[in-house]
Design a protein. Structure first.
Length: 356
């Protein structure tokens, strides 16, 4: 599809040919948006339409549509627009005629019979009268309808409403009863904020003003960055920041006593005796020296087994040899031997068969 609209012949020379053929009957002509329109005298409408149909170079054989327009501010408030089509030239034009509620427009039903129904539609919607139409009646509205709906002064809700009555079993007309007032739309979004008060907002309580914002906290002291990184902090600020960080650390209390609570040692039992000093200790607690043995030095070699035996023999109380207690060995009994606790078990040996 090369074009979104039907292609027609160009408008070159159409206005000149039409003005030459119609003469004084043309009041004005206009070419806009690739369309040509003529405003002609109302009294000579039938002669104008005949010339547009029969003149060579024009040849508009078909009447496609008749439309009406209402301009309430004009003296002649209505315009009747005729849309013509030339089949031989593939071209379209519009012809405009102005009138009011009283002045009739000559009917073109003698040229195009199809204009009969088209003129009835304009009469029904706008109230324009057509002189020469054999059947000028309403065609879209119902019998007894009051007014013309397409007029700008006609209310959008109308005067009466139509419904089917079950009581009378027929269509009934009643005055219009709207469930709500007819609203006007201003294309303003209530979510984005309208310039007027929406219905129901006047009942809402006034919102409390928001609390004042809290004062901003002072910025923390600048700390020195990593080594080698550029910093705008001066040496005095670095020293103050280090002092502030050092003051936050809890001071360490030095240890001055060795109480059981600090060392974890329990209290002595009431009947406990002091432990004897180990043999071979070089210093004792009675002499006021450190009871812990001194670590072996290079002059004092590591004691051997023979030296340990000699030290034990030379220690006080070593003259008396420890007594050895002999324990009598228990006699080993056979499993089946009778004892005082367990009587003798019967012999389970197989008896020899005497017949064998």
């Amino acid at each position: 599809m090369k074009s979104s609209a039907p292609l027609y012949a160009p408008n070159d020379g159409v206005i000149e040919v039409a003005e030459k053929a119609l003469g004084q009957r043309v009041l004005s002509s206009l070419e806009a948006v690739s369309e040509v329109s003529f405003t002609v005298d109302r009294e000579s409408l039938v002669e104008t339409m005949t010339l547009l149909r029969d003149t060579p170079g024009l040849e508009y054989q078909q009447l496609m549509e008749i439309a009406g327009v209402d301009y309430p501010d004009r003296p002649d408030r209505f315009e009747v627009v005729y849309c013509l089509l030339s089949l031989t030239r593939n071209h379209r034009i519009r012809v405009h005629v102005q009138t009011d509620e009283v002045k009739p427009v000559p009917s073109v039903t003698g040229i195009w019979p199809v204009a009969g129904w088209l003129e009835r539609e304009v009469y029904d919607m706008y109230g324009v009268l057509f002189d020469g139409n054999p059947d000028l009646r309403r065609i879209l509205t119902d019998y007894g309808f009051v007014g013309h709906p397409q007029r700008k002064d006609f209310p959008l809700t109308g005067y009466v409403e139509l419904r089917y009555s079950e009581e009378t079993k027929r269509v009934a007309y009643e005055p219009v009863k709207l469930a709500q007032d007819f609203r006007t739309f201003d294309f303003m979004s209530p979510w984005e904020g309208a310039e007027y008060i929406l219905p129901g907002d006047e009942k809402a309580p006034a919102a409390a003003p928001p609390p004042p914002p809290a004062p901003a906290a002072p910025p923390p002291a600048a700390l020195p960055q990593e080594k080698g990184a550029p910093t705008p902090v001066t040496a005095d600020q670095i020293a103050k920041a280090d002092a502030a960080q050092t003051a936050k650390a809890a001071p360490v209390q030095p240890k001055t006593t060795d109480s059981p609570a600090q060392t974890g040692a329990g209290k002595a039992e009431p009947g406990a005796k002091p432990k004897p000093a180990k043999a071979g200790a070089r210093t004792t607690k009675a002499n006021g020296a450190d009871p812990k043995p001194a670590p072996p030095s290079e002059a004092d070699p590591k004691p051997t087994r023979s030296r340990k035996i000699a030290d034990v023999a030379a220690a006080p109380g070593a003259a008396k040899a420890p007594s050895t207690r002999k324990v009598a060995a228990k006699p080993r009994l056979k499993p089946d031997a009778p004892t005082a606790d367990a009587p003798a078990k019967p012999n389970r040996a197989k008896k020899k068969n005497p017949d064998a």
